[in-house]
Design a protein around this ligand. Structure first.
Ligand code: GLU
Length: 304
């Protein structure tokens, strides 16, 4: 039997000793207020046993991790039609690059880069009567946790400085791949990214991706096929232009965000989340990646 707790404790000790913790994202000013010394890790296994170390209950801005949740809701609402508006190929580019979008006539490479997530946001705005409220309720329902909230200060901070996202949305609009008003779609997108969660809450939410689409209460949110597709997209597109490196070092599908969170999972076995706000040059949590590399090396558990 693997002693997850002692592995997480060792990982936390190593993280606290690490001198170079990476650089906090400051292009969204509100994110720069976080202390770089935070580190948390939480793991839930297939029997719903929980293990944790460090600041695993402190909430942080999940940012791009939310893109997996908006994709899941949109896929549930409109099904495979989604793939006419967004592709499923890795981009090999940073999350906010626009050049490919122009080359490929307004069809974003995948739903986890910003232009792709903005198209998904547009789909939700079209489908839902009260998009922000209904998306939040969807996430709370999966997690079975009514305390999950948007961080409105973070959303407003990004609204003031998200120039590249306004550029992406306008470009999408010019190609006819955005049906709603740019400001309305981005207001939804900035709120979605501002969701504030702890490592423990993230593993509760992502439990369904390791459990064939069923949440911890056994309610079905996605079909087995939809979960397969989303896990494949996380593996190939979940880490900006470092998805290859993450597969190489860690070997799990997952998603990172510029708030310093990473969530990853091994189907049928476990779901794990880390938080360390300092990022590496590619925008992924520096210590989070190291921690997950240690976890899959020590346990010898990965999809490979
Ligand atoms: N809201 C952020 C942005 O659009 C998300 C970036 C990220 O976490 O990758 O710039």
């Amino acid at each position: 039997m693997i002693d997850f707790q002692s592995i997480l404790t060792t990982i936390n000790e190593a993280a606290s000793k690490e001198k170079n913790k990476g650089k906090i994202a400051d292009y969204i000013p509100e994110l720069a207020k976080v202390d770089v010394n935070n580190f948390g890790i939480h793991l839930i296994d297939n029997k719903q046993q929980n293990y944790s170390a460090g600041n695993s209950d402190e909430r942080f801005s999940i940012q791009s991790i939310s893109k997996v949740l908006s994709l899941s809701m949109a896929l549930g609402l409109i099904g495979e039609k989604i793939w006419t508006r967004v592709d499923v190929e890795p981009s090999g580019d940073p999350f906010n690059h626009l050049s490919l979008l122009e080359l490929e006539n307004g069809i974003p490479r995948n739903p986890l880069i910003n232009p792709g997530a903005i198209v998904i946001a547009d789909i939700l705005v079209s489908q839902l009567e009260n998009p922000k409220e209904e998306f939040l309720a969807f996430v709370q329902d999966i997690a079975n946790d009514d305390s999950i909230r948007y961080d409105v200060d973070v959303a407003n901070s990004e609204k003031r400085t998200g120039f590249r996202n306004f550029a992406a949305a306008n470009l999408l609009k010019s190609y006819g791949n955005l049906k709603n008003d740019v400001d309305v779609v981005l207001d939804f997108y900035f709120h979605q990214c501002s969701l504030s969660m702890s490592c423990a809450q993230l593993t509760n939410t992502f439990f369904m991706f390791m459990n064939h689409g069923k949440c911890r209460r056994n309610n079905i949110f996605l079909t087995v096929t939809q979960v397969k597709r989303i896990n494949a997209i996380m593996l190939t597109c979940g880490f900006y232009d470092e998805a290859g490196e993450f597969a190489f070092e860690v070997g799990l599908p997952g998603k990172s965000g510029v708030g310093g969170g990473i969530v990853a999972l091994l189907p049928n076995k476990f779901c794990v989340a880390t938080w360390s706000p300092g990022l590496n040059p590619k925008g992924n949590s520096k210590l989070g990646m190291l921690a997950l590399e240690k976890l899959t090396t020590e346990t010898e558990l990965s999809i490979f």
